[in-house]
Design a protein around this ligand. Structure first.
Ligand SMILES: [Zn+2]
Length: 101
């Protein structure tokens, strides 16, 4: 089947809107899980060091807001406290995992 764009075809927004809606719905679940896993992996590789959300996000997610996944991880046992960030060297609310020894 061939689809031809006719000059009188409706505006393309309905499909755009549908796509955005789907992305938003997925964003809260699946990518949220992937985000948390990426954060835990990042901190596990650097156990004993503490990083602020801004530095973690800059390295993993192009600066996207990770406040929600960070709070979920804190509830799951991630350490969060005001301390010097190992990356930007500023005293901020940082996250860390305990060193394995
Ligand atoms: Zn930092």
């Amino acid at each position: 089947m061939t689809r031809q764009a006719s000059p009188s075809s409706p505006l393309p927004f309905p499909s755009l809107l549908a796509k955005n809606t789907r992305l938003r719905a997925e964003g809260s679940r699946e990518t949220g899980r992937a985000t948390k896993r990426a954060i835990v992996n990042f901190l596990a590789e650097r156990a004993g060091s503490a990083y602020c959300a801004a530095c973690i996000s800059a390295q993993l997610f192009n600066g996207k807001d990770i406040d929600v996944p960070m709070r979920h991880l804190e509830g799951a046992g991630l350490n969060r406290r005001h301390q010097r960030c190992s990356s930007c060297q500023r005293v901020k609310l940082v996250a860390s995992l305990p060193a394995p020894n």
